[in-house]
Design a protein around this ligand. Structure first.
Ligand code: ADP
Length: 454
């Protein structure tokens, strides 16, 4: 059972988890760093506790600080949100050792899926197609031999990776040696683990992911797909569901295959399987995320299911309580990640104090954001200011609502990518549902930025 949750995260996701706890009628305590003392989640919570300084290493990434905070405030569970310690099997183990519930997969499950390279092999053994690639690279010689075998261009990937960090495209053998060095050092700095593997680089791909939920009784459902092809430097900026890249039959087939494979491999909790879809419509598994995703609200808009509540329920040891037949997909939803960055200045992060702030409203509009007028954006963390999500009965309607909502959204005092979103929405390639993950990096954002300033 879970009766009181320590929310060990910040920003919009802390608020999202607080809302789920309130809806479920369970207690919640917001754990915040000194830089987040004035955060909206800390202010709205019935209880909040400081867990350390601004530097995440000593607060949101500090297991001792978080565990002590949970014990002191009488919590019996910890929700790690996304990022930080959300997929850390060591942390999940420590949480359990203190008789607390980790809201996420067990330490064993996290460990089984911790390495992207090993997960590729595991899920390919359970029927998922993967992109041709290498095993973990032992040394340079091995890397050269594997790259030749796979055929250039190849992508170097950190096995502990996330957020596009340390990933490098290598077009010829001449670039391989230097790129390996850069990837290794970026992976070490980002994840404390420099193991790398290679994957064939797919030129024009779409990113499509499948949302699953599996409880400890073997009940397993999927909540459909999301298309996250609008990216910059391998990071998602717009997501939508259902994916325009798949026919309904292909969508169902992929979701069922993904769910079957991951359940057979012993996965348990909420999770997302990510795929790249090539020009022929073939889907290749790339990785699994063992946590709630930033883009989960669009799935909630189309299914009506509170996914954070479902995640808490699974962790509390309860059965899912719904079957696949209960999951009904309605309409189309789009999410825009509102970021504090300047598209005109090479996307430089823009911290500062929010002046006026107005969230859009109207039918089918949802704003998940921790902003408020006068909020000082700390410079220590990521640039996500919130997620504007829209729903409509069809894709054209969702695009129209998206544009109307973006026009209403007001964030004064900080430079944001709101106009870039409007420009992408107005772009014919997006309207046609044909965006590939490399589009923004290939054409550059200049045409979008210029159009956005109309
Ligand atoms: P991370 O874990 O760092 O987010 P992923 O493996 O999930 O990395 O990949 C992130 C993005 O990088 C994908 O959505 C896609 O745009 C690009 N990508 C990953 N693998 C390939 C590949 N083999 N070929 C082309 N693009 C890729």
């Amino acid at each position: 059972m879970v009766t009181k949750v320590l929310i060990a995260n910040r920003g919009e996701i802390a608020l999202r988890i607080l809302r789920a706890c309130r809806t479920l009628g369970i207690g919640a305590v917001v754990a915040y760093s000194e830089a987040d003392r004035e955060s909206l989640a800390a202010q709205l919570a019935d209880e909040a506790i400081c867990i350390g300084p601004a530097d995440a290493k000593h607060s949101y990434l500090s297991a001792p600080a978080i565990i002590s905070a949970a014990i002191v405030t009488g919590c019996d569970a910890i929700h790690p949100g996304y990022g930080f310690l959300s997929e850390d099997e060591g942390f999940a183990e420590v949480v359990r050792a203190h008789d607390l519930t980790f809201i996420g997969p067990s330490a064993e499950v996290l460990e089984r899926f911790a390495s992207k390279e090993a997960t590729r092999r595991l899920l390919s053994a359970h029927g998922l197609t993967t992109i041709p690639g290498s095993s973990m690279l032992r040394d340079e010689e091995h890397a050269f031999a594997e790259a030749e075998r796979i055929g250039y261009p190849v992508l170097i990937k950190p096995s502990a990776g996330g957020g596009g960090k340390g990933m490098r495209l290598v077009r010829t053998s001449r670039e391989l040696e230097t790129s390996l060095k850069v990837s290794r050092s970026e992976a070490m700095a980002g994840f404390g683990d420099d193991s790398l593997y290679l994957e064939k680089y797919l030129e024009d791909n779409r990113h499509v992911e499948i949302q699953v939920a599996v409880d400890r009784f073997g009940n397993a459902i999927h909540l459909g797909d999301r298309d996250c092809s609008v990216q910059r430097r391998h990071q998602k900026i717009i997501e939508e569901t259902p994916s325009p890249a798949l026919s309904d039959a292909a969508r169902r087939e992929l979701a069922e295959r993904a769910l079957g494979a991951v359940a057979a491999a012993g996965y348990e909790s909420l999770g997302t399987l990510e795929f790249l879809v090539d020009g022929n419509g073939d889907a290749y598994f790339i990785e699994i995320n063992c946590r709630v995703q930033v883009e989960h609200p669009i799935t909630e808009l189309c299914t009506g299911i509170d996914m954070v509540a479902l995640q808490i329920k699974i962790a509390a040891g309860e059965p899912l309580g719904i079957t696949q037949n209960d999951v009904v997909f309605r309409g189309h939803a789009i999410e825009f990640r509102i970021l504090a960055e300047d598209p005109a200045k090479d996307f430089r992060p823009a911290a500062g104090q929010v002046g006026a702030y107005l969230a859009p409203g109207g039918p089918g509009v949802r704003m998940d954001s921790h902003l408020y007028p006068g909020y000082e954006i700390p410079s220590y963390y990521d640039s996500l200011l919130g997620k504007l999500c829209v729903w409509a009965p069809d894709r054209a309607g969702a695009i129209a609502r998206g544009d109307a909502a973006l026009r209403e959204l007001l964030v004064d005092g900080v430079t944001t990518n709101i106009e870039l979103h409007r420009a992408i929405l107005a772009n014919q390639v997006f309207i046609d549902g044909k965006v590939t993950t490399n589009l923004l990096d290939r054409v550059g954002s200049a045409p979008f930025v210029a159009a956005g300033n109309r």
